[in-house]
Design a protein around this ligand. Structure first.
Ligand code: SF4
Length: 347
C-alpha cells in the first residue's frame, strides 16, 4: 500500500481481510494523545474487526505527569512562587489540590500556550517558574526558553523507554504499536528500531491511522517486527537534528517519574543549569513536602488506563463521579486523555 491513501471503506475492508487471516485476538496500542483523539473522534475502535483490540497507552503528556511533580509545583505556587504552565495541567488534581485551586486561594498561576508567553510573564514576575512537561515534541521549545533564561520545573520525558516498559510488563500483550508521529518528527525513525515489535509511525488523519492498522496487521500476519513509516511527509530517518541538539545542550537524562509506571530509567529530562532548575533553586520548599501522601489519590485509576490494562469505562467513577467538569484524574482533564475522549465521543 506504501503511502497511497485509500478510501476509508476500502481500508476497512482490507483490514477485515487481513484480520480474518490471522485467526486470533490481536492487541494493538496507540501511544500518542493526538492518535487517541483521532481514533475517538472517528469511532475507529467500533469499526475494527472483532478480533482486533486497539488500546490507548501513555501518549498524553498531562496524564503521565507524576503526582509528585504536580504536588511539588502546587507547593511552590502556594509558597508564593509564580507558576506558568499549559492549560490542561492547571485542572489536574494533586493530593494538595490543583494549580487552579491554588490560584483561587491567591497564588499566581498562569495558563500559557507557549514558552514565549512564559518568557513575557517573566519580565513582570522575575521569580516565575515554568512547569515544563511533554515528550520530545515540546521539550525543544522549553530548551530554547532555558537558553533565554527561563526557570523550569521539568517533568519532560523521553518517550521510547515507556514503550519498552510496556513490552516488558506481563500485564498486557501488545502485538503492535501505532507509533507517535509527532515524536518521530524530532527523533526520527531509527530509535524505534530498538523495540522488537511491529510498529507503524503514523500521521493524524483517520486514513493515516487506518493505514497504520492495516500495515500492522500485515506485519503480524507475516511474523514481522519492523518499523514502518506511514508519516513520510514529515518523519525522516534522522529526525530533526537541530531540535535534538538543543535538548541535549539544556537537559540531562535521568530516571523519569511516570504516572502509572513509577520511575523508568533514562526516560526523564532534568534541567542542566542549576540556576534555572526550579527543583534545585526551590529545594528548601520542596524538601518539606510529604511525598508519601502524593501516592494516595481518591480511587482514580488513571495509572491502569495509561498502561492499557483498564478501559476507561471499567472505572467505577467514569461519567458518574468523574466528568470533565469534575475530574478525579488527568485522563479526564486532558483533551488527549483516554477517559475524556471515551466520554466525549461515547466510545
Ligand atoms: Fe480517573 Fe476519572 Fe478516568 Fe476513573 S474515569 S480513571 S477516576 S480520570
Amino acid at each position: 500500500m506504501n503511502q497511497e491513501k485509500k478510501s476509508l471503506p476500502k481500508l476497512l475492508s482490507k483490514i477485515s481481510q487481513v484480520a480474518t487471516q490471522i485467526k486470533r485476538e490481536i492487541v494493538l496500542m496507540e501511544v500518542c494523545g493526538t492518535h487517541t483523539q483521532t481514533v475517538s473522534q472517528n469511532g475507529i475502535r467500533s469499526l475494527l474487526p472483532r478480533n482486533v483490540k486497539l488500546l490507548t497507552g501513555p501518549g498524553c503528556p498531562v496524564c503521565v505527569t507524576a503526582q509528585e511533580d504536580i504536588d511539588g509545583v502546587v507547593a511552590l505556587a502556594k509558597a508564593g512562587i509564580p507558576i506558568a504552565t499549559y492549560g490542561d495541567m492547571l485542572r489536574v488534581p494533586g493530593f494538595f489540590g490543583s494549580l487552579e485551586e491554588a490560584r483561587g486561594q491567591g497564588a499566581k498561576v498562569f495558563s500559557v500556550y507557549s514558552v514565549e508567553e512564559a518568557l513575557e510573564l517573566q519580565k513582570d514576575y522575575p521569580e516565575l517558574v515554568f512547569f515544563g512537561l511533554g515528550f520530545e515534541t515540546t521539550t525543544p521549545m522549553t530548551a530554547v526558553a532555558l537558553k533565554k533564561g527561563l526557570t523550569v520545573f521539568s517533568a519532560h520525558k523521553i518517550f521510547l523507554p515507556a514503550m519498552e516498559a510496556l513490552l516488558k510488563t506481563e500485564e498486557t500483550r501488545i502485538d503492535g504499536f501505532i507509533s507517535p508521529g509527532h515524536i518521530a518528527t524530532i527523533i526520527g525513525t531509527k530509535p524505534f528500531e530498538h523495540l522488537k515489535v511491529a510498529q507503524v509511525i503514523a500521521g493524524f488523519e483517520a486514513e493515516d491511522v487506518l493505514v497504520a492498522i492495516y500495515l500492522l496487521l500485515c506485519q503480524i500476519r507475516d511474523g514481522k517486527k519492523e518499523v514502518e513509516n506511514e508519516y513520510v511527509r514529515l518523519v525522516k530517518k534522522n529526525g530533526n537534528e537541530i531540535a535534538q541538539k538543543v535538548i541535549a545542550e539544556n537537559f540531562k537524562i535521568c530516571a523519569g517519574n511516570w504516572r502509572g509506571f513509577g520511575k523508568i530509567p533514562n526516560s526523564g529530562l532534568e534541567v542542566k543549569n542549576p540556576e534555572l532548575n526550579a527543583k534545585i533553586k526551590y529545594q528548601a520548599i520542596l524538601s518539606k513536602i510529604d511525598f508519601s501522601q502524593s501516592k494516595k489519590l481518591t480511587g482514580c485509576r488513571c495509572g491502569e488506563i495509561i498502561r492499557g490494562t483498564l478501559n476507561p469505562k471499567q472505572c467505577p467513577m467514569f461519567g458518574k463521579a468523574c466528568t470533565p467538569e469534575n475530574p478525579y484524574g488527568p485522563c479526564m482533564v486532558s483533551q488527549e486523555g483516554a477517559c475524556r475522549n471515551y466520554l466525549q465521543y461515547r466510545v
